[in-house]
Design a protein around this ligand. Structure first.
Ligand code: TMP
Length: 210
């Protein structure tokens, strides 16, 4: 339905998504591609306001899971409508830090929201905009936790214990198995340059196929 290419990055806290997204966007731009770098929650003015509500220092901790997933979905509906879909229709490459797989893992697997509830929110928020390629950056829970503690806590997910990190890791591995046609697991224990080379190679291979 679109001419562009939609790449998402997923994984637990501390896996190095920010570095790898910046690397891939830079490399694709150097190859002459028109790249839109974005993130969830957020990505457009309305959705960034919602992100602010979710990470509000006073209230961010106390949204109940139902409200949280509806806020995330409201932001996503605006993000898809105002940025992702128009960019793809314009032939651009969209690189997004987190998308629907994070909702299945954090709200579905961790917060145990019913699958049917999440599915319907995702269906209506995305309106059939599905990633062409998803990189799942994978790290042992202990290593993710160590890296987050070294860089400093930024939101309520960062403060969790190793058991949470392990649950998130296993959640993403399950998603990678379920959506194997678009998900690629990346071993994030290696040097950032080596990881970036692998991600660039895989991205270009997939783009050449469509
Ligand atoms: P970030 O730290 O990667 O920017 O992500 C912000 C947090 O938002 C992260 O801890 C996971 C959470 N999140 C969800 O719980 N559900 C979602 O659908 C998305 C996109 C993010």
């Amino acid at each position: 339905m679109t001419n562009g290419f939609f790449i998402t990055f997923e994984g637990g806290e501390g896996v190095g998504k920010t570095t790898q997204i910046a690397q891939l966007c830079e490399r694709l731009k150097q190859k002459g591609q028109d790249v839109v770098q974005t993130r969830e929650p957020g990505g457009t003015p309305h959705a960034e306001k919602i992100r602010g509500l979710l990470s509000d220092p006073e209230l961010g901790h106390s949204w109940n899971p139902q409200a949280e997933v509806m806020l995330i979905s409201a932001g996503r509906a605006m993000h898809v409508d105002h940025l992702i879909r128009p960019s793809l229709m314009g032939g651009k490459t969209v690189v997004c830090d987190r998308f629907t797989d994070s909702t299945w893992v954090y709200q579905g697997i961790v917060q145990k929201q019913p699958e049917a509830f999440i599915d319907i929110l995702i269906e209506h928020a995305t309106d059939d905009v599905i990633p062409d390629l998803t990189f799942i950056l994978d790290l042992p829970a202990e290593e993710g936790l160590k890296r987050v503690r070294e860089r400093g806590i930024r939101d309520h997910y960062d403060e969790q214990d190793e058991e949470f990190y392990e649950q998130v890791r296993q959640g993403f591995l399950t998603i990678a198995g379920k959506y194997a046609e678009r998900c690629v697991i990346i071993d994030a224990m290696r040097e950032p340059g080596e990881i970036a080379d692998e991600i660039e190679r895989i991205a270009l291979e997939h783009m050449n196929r469509v």
